[in-house]
Design a protein around this ligand. Structure first.
Ligand code: ZN
Length: 154
């Protein structure tokens, strides 16, 4: 088995495991931000709920929904990565991820900020599945920015 084959098996395994993980599944009861996003080309659907505390830190994040393995794994990995981070850092990470999905080059150091979610970048080799991988990150962005009408309160 070549190194590349071994790597993609490892990625597949991490993606499979995360798609079945229950840790971030469900609803944050006292959420401050939410959104629902769809990927019609695959049928993926995610409902994201987020609770930001007074310091604008992500206290809790969870998702519900259905879809393919990649979209579910991506949502789980995204939640795992941003829980406990500030809103600002979370948005930075979602932009980094979208940039990578669009094929922009980044340094290894920047990419390493994605931690386990780095495995999702292996999906960028399969253009048909990129939307599955980016759906949850787009949702994160939209939940934090898109539907917040009080963003000028600071
Ligand atoms: Zn999908």
């Amino acid at each position: 088995m070549s190194l590349n084959e071994r790597l993609s098996m490892l990625y597949r395994q991490i993606i499979m495991e995360n798609s079945q993980k229950q840790t971030y599944r469900g609803l944050v009861d006292d959420f401050t931000h939410e959104t629902t996003v769809y990927n019609p080309s695959c049928g993926d659907k995610l409902h994201l709920t987020i609770k930001l505390d007074d310091q604008k830190q992500i206290k809790k994040i969870a998702f519900e929904g259905q879809g393919c393995t990649i979209s579910q794994a991506s949502a789980s990995l995204m939640c795992q990565l941003v829980q406990g981070k500030s809103e600002k850092d979370a948005l930075k990470l979602s932009h980094l991820f979208s940039d990578l999905a669009m094929g922009k080059k980044h340094t290894k150091e920047e990419i390493s900020q994605l931690e386990d979610a780095q495995v999702l970048t292996s999906i960028m080799e399969f253009p048909a599945r990129i939307k599955c991988a980016t759906l949850s990150w787009w949702g994160l962005d939209r939940a934090l920015l898109g539907e917040d009408e009080e963003e000028n309160n600071d």
